[in-house]
Unconditional design. Sequence first.
Length: 556
Amino acid sequence: SGWIEYNPDLFDRTTIVRLGEQWRRLVGGLAAGAGGERVSAVAVLSAGERQQVVVEWNATAAAAPDAAATVVAAIEAQARARPEAVAVSDGGAQVTYGALNARANRLARRLVRAGVRPEDRVGVVVERGVGLVVAWLAVGKAGAAYVAVGAETPRARWARMVAAAGARVVIRQGGAAGGAAPSEPWREVWIEEEHEPGGWGEEDGADLGIGVAPEQLAYVMFTSGSTGEPKGVGVEHRGLRNLVGWHHAAYGIGPGDRASQVASAGFDAAGWEIWPYLAAGARVVVAAEEVRGDPAALAAWVAREGVTHCFLPTPVAEAVFEEPERWAGVRAVLTGGDRLRTRPRGALADRVWNHYGPTEATVVGTWGRVAAAGAETPDIGRPIANVQAYVLDAAGMPVGVGVVGELYLGGAGVARGYVGQAAETAARFVPDEVSGASGQRLYRTGDLVRWGRDGRLRYVGRTDQQVQLRGYRIEVGEVEAQLAALPGVRAAAVGVRGAGATQRLTGYVTGVGLAAATVRAQLRERLPEYMVPATLHVLDALPLTPHGKLDREALA
C-alpha cells in the first residue's frame, strides 16, 4: 500500500491514477516472475489501455479504391469525361485534360521506344509547370516510376541520384539542369523536342493501355542520408492511391476546385499538390518562383487565381498566419514538413490542417485540424485512412497516454524501401509485431511523440536531436517549443554547438523588437537552467532548405 503526492497545478487526478496503476502492474509483474526477465518485457499497460492505443485509435479502415484506379487511370478517365476542362496552368501556359493526356501519351511512347519498361526508373529534371506534369504522367503511362528531382538541384547531385535509382532514361529541359551532359549510362529525352521535326510530339496521342499493378513503383523520391549521400525511397502505386483516396474524402475535392502547386519537385509534397486534384478533375495552378517564398505576393497570387486549396511548407504557413485576412477566399490551407508552433487566427481560424508524414510513408501519415486557440503547440492529429500509428518504447512495446516514445507507421502508406540499399531498408522498415497482422511492416520514423488523452499525437522531437549535456538529457524540440511560445517570438530553433566540455545549447529566434537577454530571462521562468540556451541570437529569418524546411546546418 502507499500513496502518491502530486502538484495539482501540473497534474490532474486521472493522470496520477493511471501512473499509479501502471506502477502497480510493473512491480506486480516483476514479483510474479520466475526471475531473469527483463524489466522492459513486463507489460505496464492494462489490456484496455493497450486496446485503446493499438486498436481503437488506429481504427482507420476505409474502403480502398478499385485496384485499377491508379492516378494514371483516373486522369485518363477525366480526359474522356471533361477533355476541354483546364487541368494545369503555370502563368505562361495552360493545358486541358484532353491535351495533357494526349501529350503525356506521346512522350510515353517515346520513352517506350527508348527502352523503358514497367518498373524501370526514369529521371525527370524539369522545371515546375505544365512540362513537369506531362513528364511525370508520361512515365506512369509507360508503367515506370519517375525519379523526382528539383530543377534547382546541382548537376553533380542529381546525376548521382538518377544513377543510384538505376534510371535508364532521363527527361531533361534545356537550361534547367546546368549545361550539356557528358557520357552517362542513360538516354536523354528533352521536353523541348516535342515541337521539333521527328520529336516526340509526332507520336500517337492515344492511351497506351499499359496496365499498372498496385505493387509497382510509382515514383522514387530522395531524402537526405546520414552518410551525406541521398537515399531514394521507392513508393508504390497502392500507397499513392491510398493518399489520393483519403485526400478526396477528407477535403471533398471536385472539378470546381483549384489547388496551388508551390513545393519543389524534389519535395514529396509536390506530388501531393498534383495527383489528388488531377484525379478528381480539379485544376492545378503552379506558382511562379518569385511568388513561392514571399507570403504577401503568394497571398495576392492565390486570390487572383481563385485557389481553393493551398499547401504551404510550415515556415511559410506560420508567416501567412500573421496576415490571415488576405487568405479569406481559400477553403483549406494545408501545412506540413516541419514542426508547427503557432496557430491560425482571424479568417484562417478552423481552415488550417496540419500534416505529418515522412517520404517513406507516402507523404502523409497523420493529420488534424488546427484550432485557433490552445495551451500547447498544435498537434499532428490522428492517422489517415488505412494507416496505423504506434508509439513504442526502446523495447518495441506500446506506451500509454502521455508517455514519449518513437513513432512507427504501418498500413497502406508504407513505401517499398530504399532503392538499392537493402541494409538501410531492413533497419528502418521492420516487421510489424504490434498489430498481429502477418507479413506487414512498420516504418520506424525516428520521431518522438506522445499520445494525448484525446487520441491525437503530440510531436516532441527527433531521436537524433536528443542530447545529453552535463549529465542532463535534453529534448531540443521541447526547448524550441517553449521559446516559440514566448511573447513576440515568431519562430525559434535550437542547436548544439561545441564538443566535449565546451558543448552548449544555442538558440535562434525571429520576431519584432526582441532582445536576447529578455528572451532568455523569460525562458528561465518556463525551463530549468540547464535547458536554457547559453547563447541566443535574434535573426531576421530562420534559414530554410529548398524544400522549405528549417536548415539546421545553416544556423551556425
